[in-house]
Design a protein around this ligand. Structure first.
Ligand SMILES: [Zn+2]
Length: 512
């Protein structure tokens, strides 16, 4: 690979999925992986195969369908993890095992309870074991930015000697600042004798809002792989945002002469997909992908942009694939056109799901004059969940000022239709009580939020619901021109995600 090419390693499906409430099911992960492949991501970290059967299956499914990107799985420095990971990524055309262990004094003492010498031995053993199973091995020094320099050099040298070809130095806790982090990378390049046999990688968390700045500083110091996520999703304050890194390198190529393989025009679509699937709404003023990132409100700015876009625009909306909401389809669009449209938006539905989605699309055309891309995306995201235990069927509500408000709800639970009528403090409360009556559960409603998918009073309402059970949170979304139907759909989606999450067990603690 050429000198100034930076490898982009996307971990939306692994680190991103670890953010509280951001769980994704298998179909959603595959859809995101295909989108990442299409936009030119070099390496996709698809999950942590030992964590649960669901994680294993997701990594395995992604490894089967993605052809152009390398598929990585995460593994701790133990045999069971590494073997399970190798099995999960085996179908991939290009595969990678990403194994890690903590190297900072704090982590070794309290988290691992291991002496430094034992950690070095574990690095040698785990990397060798992984290299016996796959060609391409990445090794990470967890809490690398807080590791003593001499010890870090020793660990990196050991990992390379054992066969790791990518060495990742994460700022796991988001503590680094750019100059210091760049100096750390430069120190490794100067001091580790076999460093020319590996690519240095960075993985920065955004606890101080410095993840992107730290990543770019590291690249200028010699790192050539950046780990990042769409929309900056990730543990706590998240990871470095892929879209910000890519657009910073493209827009300021004069100051940072590095290139990536990313087709930037695919950024907006990927951002929307990840936001919809996880239910993590992008803040309006977020760089690159926020709703206001290319909006010019003040008269002076608008005037300037009309005369010459460069007056206030350092990059064009088109360069990130942003186009105005376009009228796409209407009453007279046929099934064929609908299927083509879905394909264009990145969806491949099976026959049953397609029929259902088409039916709902027709219903929507009857209620709503203009149907936009966003409407179709909202509708299909509901329909893509064909494997759910609980499915919404119908809802009738009595609302208004004269109470009590009542909801009659029909759900299909594991193939069985059932029906309940409940009264409540308002129609939303009545609807949620009816769900609870049909499917008893202990989860607590933490958030209920409504927003319009597009403008106009006939716009679809998109409802977001967050549920919490035993410290685990999930988010569900639902869309409909009827806010209450959207609410019921959102709650049912969240409940289905909770059921998926219940099946997941936390990985066993590391010993050895
Ligand atoms: Zn991380």
């Amino acid at each position: 690979m050429e000198q100034n090419r930076v490898i982009l390693f996307d971990t939306t499906l692994r680190d991103g999925e670890q953010s509280p409430g951001a769980s994704m099911n298998l179909e959603e992960k595959v859809r995101i992986a295909l989108t990442l492949e299409d936009m030119g991501v070099d390496v996709i970290e698809a999950g942590f195969p030992i964590a649960s059967a669901g994680d294993f299956e997701a990594v395995n499914a992604v490894a089967k369908v993605v052809k152009k990107s390398r598929i990585a799985g995460l593994a701790r420095a133990v045999r069971a993890d590494i073997e399970r990971c190798a099995e999960a990524v085996r179908p991939a055309e290009l595969s990678r095992i990403h194994t890690f262990i903590s190297t900072s004094p704090l982590h070794m003492k309290y988290k691992l309870q291991m002496e430094p010498d034992a950690v070095v031995q574990a690095i040698h053993d785990s990397v060798s074991m992984a290299r016996n199973l796959v060609e391409d091995v990445e090794w990470s020094a967890e809490d690398g930015s807080r590791t003593e320099h001499d010890f870090l050099c020793r660990c990196v040298e050991t990992a390379i000697a054992a066969g790791a070809r990518t060495i990742n130095i994460p700022d796991t806790v988001g503590y680094a600042v750019p100059d210091e982090y760049a100096a750390l990378i430069a120190m490794l390049i100067n001091r580790v004798p076999n460093i020319d046999q590996a690519i240095l990688s960075v993985h920065c968390h955004n606890d101080l809002g410095l993840a992107v700045a730290n990543s770019l500083a590291a690249v200028r110091a010699g790192a050539r792989q950046i780990e990042c996520t769409i929309n900056g999703l990730g543990e706590r304050a998240g990871n470095a945002a892929l879209e910000e890194i890519v657009m910073a390198l493209r827009t300021r190529n004069d100051a940072m002469p590095f290139s990536t393989g990313i087709r930037t025009e695919a950024i907006t679509r990927a951002s929307k997909l990840v936001s919809t699937v996880t239910g993590f709404v992008v803040q309006p003023n977020k760089a690159i992908v926020g709703a206001n990132a290319f909006a010019h409100e003040s008269g002076i700015h608008q005037d300037g942009v009309l005369k010459n876009a460069a007056t206030y625009e350092i990059m064009t909306p088109e360069s990130v694939g942003l186009s105005r909401s376009s009228l796409v389809m209407g009453k007279h669009s046929g099934r064929h056109a609908f299927r083509d449209k879905l394909k264009q938006l990145g969806y491949e539905l099976g026959d049953n799901a397609l029929n259902e989605a088409f039916k709902r699309f027709k219903d929507l055309c009857d209620k709503k004059k203009d149907v936009f891309d966003e409407d179709i995306i909202a509708l299909v995201d509901d329909e893509a969940r064909a494997h759910d235990h609980i499915r919404f069927q119908s809802l009738e509500v009595i609302a208004g000022s004269k109470g009590p408000q009542k909801a009659t709800l029909e759900l299909e639970i594991d193939g069985q239709s059932c029906r309940a009528e409940e009264a409540g403090d308002g129609p939303v409360d009545a609807t949620f009580k009816a769900i609870r009556a049909l499917f008893p559960h202990e989860a607590r409603l933490q958030l209920y939020q409504v927003h319009a998918v597009t403008g106009g009073t006939d716009a679809q309402a998109e409802v977001t619901v967050r549920l919490e059970e035993n410290g685990k949170t999930v988010i569900g979304q639902g869309a409909d021109t009827d806010t209450l139907v959207a609410s019921a759909r959102a709650y049912v989606t969240a409940l289905n995600k909770l059921l998926t999450k219940r099946e997941k067990t936390a990985p066993a603690p590391v010993s050895a």
